[in-house]
Ligand binder design. Structure first.
Ligand code: ASP
Length: 443
C-alpha cells in the first residue's frame, strides 16, 4: 500500500504544526511520499511565505537585491528550524537561496523557494530523502509535460522508496523553474500519486473535507463524506476551494481515490473523492458559487438559420484571450457568461464593436453583476422534480433567476442571479435540499 500525502500551507505554518505532520506520518507506514506547501498563515493577519516571496521578487526587480520581504521569509524558516530543534544549517541554505533569487531574477523561481525550503526542513525532520521537483516534474509550453513527468518522477520515487517532494513547481524545456498556478501543490501531490501508482492520495488541509456549501453563508453546513471526481471538479471550479480544481486530472486517469483530511483533527473522517460514488439518498451533493460574472446577450431574428453565428462571436472572444463559462441560447438569442474581470478597461466597448460588425445582431447588451450558483449532484439525474424544487425554493426566497444552464450530464444546474441575491439564494437552496434530508454532520 502506497499513500502520497500532501500537506497544505496551514499544516506547514510553524514548527508545532510540522511536528503534527511527523506524528501523522509516523502513524501509518504506507504514508511513504510527502508533498509540502510553503508555510502559510499562522494567525489572521499573518503572511503566507509565498506572498512574501512574490514581494521579494518585486524588491529584486527594483533594486537588484533581496530586501525586507526576504528577511521575513528567512526569519520564519529560522524560527521553524529552532522550534523543531533540528541540527540543520538553515542559515547557509537561506544565503544560497537569496543569491540564487538575485541571480535568476525569475518570479517563478523566487515563488518556488517557499516549497523548496519547507521540503528541505521536512525531509530533515522525517529523516527521509528530499526529491528535487525541478529534476522530475516537467513543463512544456507552459503546461505540465505529463508523460515525461510520470516517467521521471515515478522512477525517482520508486528508487527512493520514501521521499519529501516540494509542491508547486517543476522545470521547463530550458531547465528554468516553473510554477503551477496558486495553490498548485495540490497538483504536485496528484501528479506524484499518479507517477508512483499510489493506492491513495491523502490531501491534508485545515478543514475536515468539503462542506455542502460555503460556511460563511450558511453556518455549519453538513460535510460531504463522498464525492465523485466530476462532482469535485464542478464544486471546486465554482469556488469550493478545499483543493485546486486541476489536481483532479492526474489521479482521475488512474482511478486513484483522494481522501481530504484535517491535520488538526486527524480523527475526522474527511471527504473521500472516488471515481464513482454510490447514489446516496441525497439528491444534491453540494452547492458552490461565485459572484462577479457578466453576460453578453445577443438577439437576432432567424439566428437559428445563420450558420457560424456562435463561431464568429467565439472567435472574437478567443482573439481577446477571453474564456467564457457558459453559453445558454434560445432560437434567436445567445448569451455568453464571462468573468467580469475580462471586460474591464474598455474591453467590453471593443468587444461590442467587433461583435456588432461581425454578426450584425438586432440587440447586444451587457448584463453585469451576476452571481452563478452551481447545484451539483449525481443524484439529480435520478430524482424527478429536482428543478421544480430548486426553482420553487429560489422563488420563495423572492429571488429572480437571470439565467439557467443545465449541463447535459445532469450533474449540475447552474443558476444566475444578481450578485446582491447571491447569499440569499445559496441559503434557500441549502435549506431545500439539506435541512429536510436529516443530514449527518462531519464531526
Ligand atoms: N504556496 C503556493 C501558494 O500559496 C502553492 C500552494 O500552497 O499550493 O499558492
Amino acid at each position: 500500500m502506497i499513500k502520497v500525502c500532501k500537506f497544505g500551507g496551514t499544516s506547514m505554518a510553524n514548527g508545532i504544526n510540522m511536528e503534527r505532520i511527523a506524528g501523522i506520518i509516523g502513524q501509518d507506514s504506507s504514508r511513504k511520499f510527502i508533498v509540502v506547501s510553503a508555510p502559510g498563515k499562522r494567525f489572521g493577519g499573518d503572511s503566507k511565505i509565498t506572498d512574501l516571496l512574490y514581494e521579494t521578487q518585486k524588491e529584486v526587480e527594483q533594486s537588484g537585491t533581496v530586501g525586507k520581504a526576504f528577511e521575513k521569509v528567512a526569519a520564519r524558516f529560522e524560527r521553524i528550524v529552532d522550534e523543531l530543534h533540528l541540527a540543520f544549517d538553515i542559515g547557509s541554505v537561506l544565503r544560497e537561496t537569496a543569491a540564487a533569487i538575485e541571480r535568476e531574477k525569475s518570479p517563478d523561481f523566487t515563488a518556488s523557494r517557499g516549497e523548496y525550503l519547507a521540503a528541505r526542513i521536512m525531509a530533515e525532520l522525517l529523516g527521509v530523502p528530499f526529491l528535487e521537483a525541478g529534476d522530475v516534474i516537467f513543463f512544456r509550453g507552459g503546461r505540465l509535460d505529463a508523460q515525461r513527468t510520470y516517467e521521471a518522477l515515478g522512477a525517482a520515487m520508486k528508487a527512493c522508496g520514501r521521499a519529501v517532494i516540494p509542491g508547486f513547481y517543476g522545470s521547463d524545456e530550458t531547465g528554468a523553474v516553473r510554477t503551477f498556478s496558486r495553490g498548485g501543490s495540490d497538483i504536485t501531490g496528484a501528479v506524484a500519486a499518479r507517477a508512483v501508482g499510489a493506492d491513495l492520495y491523502e490531501n491534508w488541509t485545515d478543514v475536515s473535507g468539503f462542506l455542502a456549501c460555503d460556511p460563511r453563508i450558511v453556518p455549519s453546513p453538513v460535510g460531504i463524506r463522498e464525492l465523485s471526481y466530476r462532482e469535485l471538479r464542478e464544486l471546486s471550479y465554482m469556488g469550493a476551494n478545499v483543493m485546486h480544481s486541476e489536481s483532479i486530472f492526474p489521479v482521475r486517469e488512474a482511478d486513484i481515490p483522494i481522501q481530504i483530511k484535517n491535520t488538526f483533527r486527524p480523527e475526522d473522517e474527511g471527504t473521500a473523492i472516488l471515481p464513482t460514488v454510490p447514489l446516496s439518498s441525497r439528491t444534491v451533493t453540494g452547492i458552490a458559487g461565485r459572484e462577479h460574472f457578466s453576460v453578453i446577450y445577443l438577439e437576432k431574428s432567424l439566428m437559428n438559420e445563420e450558420i457560424g453565428f456562435a463561431g464568429k462571436v467565439l472567435r472574437i472572444l478567443a482573439d481577446h484571450a477571453i474564456s467564457f463559462e457558459h453559453m445558454p441560447s434560445g432560437i434567436d438569442t445567445m448569451s455568453f457568461v464571462i468573468d467580469s474581470d475580462f471586460l474591464k478597461d474598455g474591453v467590453w466597448e471593443t468587444l461590442k464593436r467587433e461583435i456588432t460588425e461581425a454578426v450584425r445582431p438586432d440587440r447586444i447588451d451587457l448584463i453585469s453583476d451576476i452571481a452563478l450558483i452551481a447545484v451539483v449532484g449525481h443524484g439529480m439525474t435520478r430524482s424527478v422534480g429536482t428543478s421544480a424544487r430548486l426553482f420553487a425554493a429560489i422563488a420563495n426566497a423572492g429571488v429572480n433567476v437571470r439565467m439557467i444552464d443545465q449541463g447535459s450530464s445532469e450533474l449540475n444546474i447552474i443558476v444566475g442571479v444578481d450578485n446582491r441575491n447571491y447569499a440569499r439564494t445559496v441559503c434557500a437552496v441549502y435549506d431545500e435540499f439539506f435541512r429536510s434530508d436529516a443530514p449527518v454532520p462531519l464531526s
